[in-house]
Design a protein. Structure first.
Length: 236
């Protein structure tokens, strides 16, 4: 299968569609939200955000050809600020959330849920094998903007901010990331290798879906309305 056909097939994969159209993203657009609810997923998102440059660096070491190393190195460079640490994604994230009224403890200090830990562990495992690394990188980049946009919408709703730098930097750089993820697949792969890359992309999407399943459960499981002076559990 050609690289183009493989990327098209992965882009149309039901698991990718399930992730980028996750019910969580719809609900944050329309359901009542409090700052405390939003802080839950801001704190969980920090963990994969913080680990992602490490995953990319380990992947560069795993990849066998200079074309793939160069492609992934460009993504890594942008993630870490292209020589300016103040422009690194995790630094911009902390600054953006601080401007939106969230403390650094809320942003970076939350203990990870088991699903969040499993997600990080998946990235760590994938960085040890070239086909797994390419599968994870591609699967991440073709879903990342949808996930970032969902978080940006929720932060904007509770803060009133219309211009979120952390979202802006993804809008600017994500087309490059997707292109470089495709470049990491430049070499010809056998049918067995393509199957292994697909299996790893599927694994990554399942882990992100589980991540957002847990976030949705924590954020939207119960809301309270006051009726006759008594709290009543209601579904959001």
């Amino acid at each position: 299968m050609s690289r183009n056909k493989l990327t098209i097939r992965l882009n149309k994969h039901p698991l990718r569609q399930g992730l980028i159209n996750h019910e969580f993203f719809r609900r944050v657009k329309v359901a009542p939200l409090t700052r405390e609810q939003v802080a839950i997923f801001i704190g969980q998102w920090w963990h994969p955000l913080h680990y992602f440059p490490t995953f990319l660096a380990r992947s560069v070491a795993t990849l066998p050809d200079i074309e793939s190393k160069s492609a992934v190195s460009k993504i890594l460079s942008q993630e870490t600020g292209e020589g300016d640490p103040k422009r690194a994604h995790e630094v911009v994230y902390i600054d953006t959330m601080g401007r939106a009224g969230f403390t650094e403890e809320q942003t970076t200090g939350a203990a990870p849920f088991p699903e969040t830990q499993a997600l990080i562990a998946g990235y760590a495992r994938a960085s040890e094998d070239r086909l797994a690394a390419v599968g994870y990188i591609f699967a991440t980049e073709v879903a990342d903007l949808a996930m970032v946009s969902g978080i940006g919408v929720s932060v904007g709703r509770v803060s009133g901010m219309k211009d979120l730098e952390w979202v802006n930097i993804h809008v600017q750089q994500e087309p490059d990331h997707v292109k470089e993820a495709e470049h990491a697949m430049l070499r010809s792969f056998s049918a067995d290798e393509e199957a292994l890359m697909t299996v790893n992309a599927e694994e990554m999407w399942r882990q992100w879906i589980a991540f957002f399943d847990r976030i949705e459960k924590e954020v939207f499981a119960t809301a309270f309305s006051i009726q006759d002076g008594m709290p009543e559990a209601v579904t959001v």
